[in-house]
Design a protein around this ligand. Structure first.
Ligand code: COA
Length: 189
């Protein structure tokens, strides 16, 4: 059954992303019981209910998401495989927003419109910091990071970092623990 396959793929993708290795059965079970995984499962069930023309059941799933986990996901939004809601409370995903695979939500985040004028498209493996707002018909490229409390009103290229209000885009820094490159033979002593 399609919905069971989707749920299985979600749990495997979340466990792999969080643990960085093929997960054991125990890790899959513990991932499944995480609040964010339950939210994603409820979304899959809501989408399945819609496909099977049982909108009432979809409505019940969304109510459960909101009342149990404090998260609101519009019925027209689409979530990619293995989306991770590390913290669920205060997350709002509106309209027909598109969320890519393995996107990481860190809590209290809005993905919505500015005056109902279109919704964001978020690529794969994007990290969205706590309190961030991504507003309007913007595109966030694969692997980008949105800083905590940033307000993003423009596109963010793949792999870039967006920080501040309104968000300014910058390229990703070298990791701090990168060893300094050896001096070249032409460097001054
Ligand atoms: C966006 C983020 C991933 C950037 O990480 P990074 O590329 O490693 O950046 P750094 O931490 O090296 O910071 C680089 C610069 O941006 C600034 N900065 C970092 N995060 C910022 C933010 N959210 N808003 C504004 N400025 C920020 C730093 O002060 C630093 O400034 P400097 O160059 O003047 O010293 C990270 O800062 C972030 O916001 N992560 C989300 C954290 C979160 O939501 N935690 C909740 C967990 S439950």
């Amino acid at each position: 059954m399609r919905v069971l396959r989707e749920i299985g793929r979600d749990v495997t993708a979340v466990a792999r992303k969080l643990r960085g290795a093929p997960p054991t059965v125990g890790q899959l079970v513990s991932t499944m019981s995480h609040d964010g995984s339950v939210v994603l499962t409820l979304s899959r069930l809501a989408e399945a209910a819609r496909r099977h023309r049982v909108p009432l059941l979809g409505g019940v799933m969304r109510r459960l998401q909101t009342s149990l986990f404090g998260i609101e996901i519009s019925r027209d939004a689409r979530l990619g495989e293995g989306v991770i809601f590390l913290h669920t409370v205060g997350v709002v995903i509106g309209g027909d927003s598109r969320i890519g695979d393995r996107v990481l939500f860190l809590g209290s985040i809005t993905v919505g419109s500015v005056n109902s004028g279109g919704y964001p498209t978020i690529g794969n493996d994007v990290v969205i910091g706590a309190g961030a707002r991504i507003l309007g018909p913007v595109t966030i490229g694969d692997g980008a990071s949105i800083g905590a409390n940033a307000v993003v009103l423009r596109d963010v290229p793949a792999g870039a970092v967006a920080l501040g209000v309104p968000a300014v885009v910058r390229s990703r820094r070298e990791p701090r623990n990168t060893p300094p490159s050896p001096p070249s033979p032409t460097d001054d002593p």
